[in-house]
Ligand binder design. Structure first.
Ligand SMILES: Nc1ncnc2c1ncn2[C@@H]1O[C@H](COP(=O)(O)OP(=O)(O)OP(=O)(O)O)[C@@H](O)[C@H]1O
Ligand SMILES: O=C(O)C1=C[C@@H](O)[C@@H](O)[C@H](O)C1
Ligand SMILES: [Mg+2]
Length: 307
């Protein structure tokens, strides 16, 4: 007869973490239901999921399907994300804002955004000081235009990714392969925080994926005047290839589709920038001049707001 599996068996460890996860998920559903004052019967009625199944789920016994979880989240008017992502819950204040925002039309959202920005204007204005950051996809021109802009403004210049490499004594590739993406994101945030604390007049060229981390990107938005350097997908691709990076050529159809997908996924995030600078079909000199005007406009608006 085969010996029973020991606790050190990796498959057992996976089982244990799955049980913990399902228990946590169940507790979240129960807590969310309780916060809304919904009995299990009401949630069953509103979601179309049986009371019996809900009871199993809430005690961590049911390995729920994504679609059923969506029914439950919808019935409680909440994001599935807040049920499934352990350790990443919205604070009560954020939840309240989120609920409010969910009921608004796009037009009302834009209005709410500018009302909030204005109401908090003196705070954000000071918080941004004379820091300009450039964001955008690979080949947008962040590294090319950043130093030119800093020279024209008489400010310092920092290439965030280079700063991270210096700070942590390893190349980006090494950081990604040895420490992994989550560590890179932590280093990136820490570096940005240090730069913000130590520089009031600076141009920062960021990495294209800085928008992927909500906290880091919020830090950037709150403490710098963010300018999104835009280009067409074709130009992003041709510029990267011209720089000698031949990776995008491996199956160029697929690479182009990937690039377009990344761009469209990031567009709403890049869209949080204070201003946009279109670099497409323009010479570097011309773009640099336009970028300078945009930056000066942002700095002037900021000095108007300062107390
Ligand atoms: N109008 C323009 N503005 C900026 N760069 C341009 C323009 N036209 C062509 N280029 C070229 O596009 C390339 C932009 O590359 P750059 O390395 O500055 O992009 P990046 O945004 O820093 O990308 P990455 O995310 O890979 O660091 C350069 O080779 C530059 O010469
Ligand atoms: O756009 C991207 O996805 C990236 C751009 C680089 O600057 C780095 O931030 C990282 O390698 C990822
Ligand atoms: Mg660059």
């Amino acid at each position: 007869m085969a010996a029973p599996k020991q606790a050190t068996d990796p498959s057992r460890r996976e089982d244990a973490s799955a049980v913990d996860y399902l228990t946590e998920l169940g507790a979240r559903v129960r807590a969310a239901r309780a916060r809304r004052g919904m009995t299990r019967k009401i949630l069953a009625h509103d979601s179309g999921v049986s009371e019996r199944y809900l009871a199993k789920l809430e005690t961590g016994e049911g390995n729920i399907s994504v679609l059923v979880l969506r029914q439950i989240a919808d019935a409680m008017d909440m994001r599935m994300l807040d049920l499934v992502s352990v350790g990443e819950q919205l604070s009560p204040q954020m939840q309240s804002l989120y609920q409010l925002a969910r009921q608004m039309t796009e037009q009302e959202l834009a209005q709410a955004n500018s009302i909030l920005k204005e109401a908090l204007g003196h705070k954000t204005g000071r918080a941004k000081a004379k820091r300009i950051s450039l964001i955008g996809l690979r080949g947008a021109g962040k590294s090319t235009l950043g130093p030119i802009l800093s020279e024209k403004l008489g400010f310092g210049f920092i290439e965030l990714n280079k700063q991270i490499e210096q700070e942590f004594g390893a190349t980006l590739a090494e950081i990604f392969s040895l420490a992994g993406q989550p560590s890179f994101r932590r280093f990136e945030r820490r570096c940005l925080q240090d730069i913000i604390e130590s520089h009031d007049e600076i141009v920062i060229s960021t990495g294209g994926s800085i928008v992927a981390d909500e906290k880091t990107f919020s830090l950037l938005v709150q403490h710098t005047h963010v300018i999104w350097l835009q280009a067409t997908p074709g130009e992003h691709m041709s510029r990267v290839v011209e720089q000698g990076d031949l990776r995008p050529m491996a199956g160029s159809q697929e690479a182009m589709a990937d690039l377009k997908q990344i761009l469209s996924a990031r567009e709403p995030l890049y869209g949080r920038a204070d201003e946009v600078c279109n670099t497409s079909g323009r010479a570097i000199d011309e773009t640099a001049q336009n970028l300078l005007e945009i930056a000066e406009g942002l700095l002037a608006a900021n000095s108007d707001q300062s107390p």
